[in-house]
Design a protein around this ligand. Structure first.
Ligand code: DCP
Ligand code: CA
Length: 393
């Protein structure tokens, strides 16, 4: 299953909060920011003021010159902080994987959470509805398989928009867009790229990586992958240990499913042992496959219930592997596992849990032996396999 990532951004945030408190301001060219008489700057502009060329960061005096009928209001930060807290709480009700960015925007990884709603789009509509009802503010949402594409999509559909970029459509969506739409491209980079004849995201993606690296160094690599719609950054919930991952590159590329599964099992055992050592459980399991042609995919799923049981993580990873292998028939050169959205201990054991209690005991016994005698000392049935075709990176 591909990832579903939302980028959610409230429209004209400071202005919208002011308009909720004073409905007379609705539909008018309101500007929240510093006093035009005192060299203040615009913090937020209503959409009604934007056709005049007004944007955040502009001197308020310029804004007044461009739009004399604009209504200027000073900032009230405690109001914006309260609205922001309510906004984040609403998002948290829809997915545990939430990464706030500032007061009025956030990434949400909803992979697996969309099922009860029917589709990611329906889930977005439910979120927008809650925000509308509880905050009386509109939001714009981008849906994509990665952060960078979701962010660009939400920006393009403002205000009160919803733009979904289907898996596989990323490059076609990005190609015609002006280079300044790519996160990470500021004024200076935009100018430097223009001097190289690059004005669209598509043109940047087509440029050989060497050329862009020579000019921009490591930043160039990142921009080049973003322009190609490639971004495997996770949605990182603050305060949580980010993730635990392990991967293995094979000496020879392989089609052999049993071999892949056996190695996947060993990797699961390792990450789960780490997880248990940290007294944590995981809510999210992802696998990574790199094919002979270096194309790399990740597939991830959210568990119904957090777990630290190797069997649970392995069974989930095995299902992801089966789906991925069914979708692409290419020899595999690397396999990896990542568990994320880690949460602390506190599981309440129920009397009905006897089914899962046994694997937990087995895990404990295996952890003990492996930590005493090393990771090759014991493997369960799934993991017994030749290790001559493995190379750890
Ligand atoms: N902000 C600010 N100064 C800036 C940019 C933003 O004080 N230079 C504040 C005011 C904005 C809030 O941060 O309301 C969110 O910033 P956004 O860039 O998301 O802008 P808006 O929410 O106002 O508008 P948009 O609808 O384009 O998101
Ligand atoms: Ca905003």
């Amino acid at each position: 299953m591909a990832r579903y990532i939302f980028h959610i951004d409230l429209d004209a945030f400071f202005v919208s909060v002011e308009q909720v408190l004073n409905p007379e301001l609705k539909g008018k060219p309101v500007i929240v920011g510093g006093d035009p008489e005192r060299r203040g700057v615009v913090a937020s502009a209503a959409y009604e003021a934007r056709p005049f060329g007004i944007h955040a960061g502009m001197p308020s005096s310029t804004a007044r010159r461009l739009c004399p009928q604009a209504i200027f209001i000073g900032s009230h930060f405690s109001l914006y902080r309260d609205a922001s807290a309510k906004f984040m709480k609403i998002l948290g009700d829809f997915s545990p994987h939430i990464e706030p960015l500032g007061l009025d925007e956030a990434y949400l990884d909803v992979t697996g959470c969309e099922e009860p709603y029917g589709s990611p789009r329906q889930l977005v509509l439910a979120i927008k509805d809650r925000i509308n009802k509880e905050l009386k503010i509109t939001a714009s949402v981008g849906i994509a398989t990665c952060k960078v594409v979701a962010k660009i999509a939400s920006d393009l559909c403002k205000p009160d928009g919803l733009l979904e970029i289907a898996p596989g459509e990323e490059q076609a969506f990005l190609n015609p867009l002006p280079i300044a739409k790519l996160p990470g491209v500021g004024k200076k980079t935009e100018q430097a790229l223009k001097e190289m004849g690059i004005t669209t995201i598509g043109a940047l993606a087509k440029l050989p990586l060497d050329t862009i690296n020579r000019r921009f160094g490591a930043t160039g690599t990142v921009l080049h992958s973003y322009a190609s719609g490639l971004d495997d950054r996770e949605v990182e919930t603050p305060g949580e240990a980010k993730s635990i991952s392990q991967e293995l590159t094979f000496t020879h590329d392989t089609f052999d499913r049993n071999f892949l599964e056996a190695n996947l099992h060993n990797l699961c055992q390792e990450v789960c042992q780490d997880l248990r050592t940290q007294s944590k459980r995981t809510k999210c399991v992802a696998i990574k496959l790199r094919y002979a042609d270096f194309k790399t995919i990740t597939r991830q799923v959210t568990l119904q219930e957090a777990s630290d049981v190797t069997r649970v993580v392995f069974t989930t990873a095995q299902q992801l592997l089966s789906k991925a292998l069914a979708q692409r028939e290419e020899p595999v050169r690397l396999i990896g596992i990542r568990i994320s959205s880690l949460i602390g201990e506190g599981k309440q054991l129920s009397i009905f849990d006897s089914g899962t209690a046994r694997p937990e005991h087995l895990d404990k016994a295996i952890d003990k032996i492996r930590s005493k005698y090393g990771s090759t000392a014991i493997k369960t049935g799934n993991g017994i396999f030749s290790e001559s075709n493995q190379e750890r990176l």
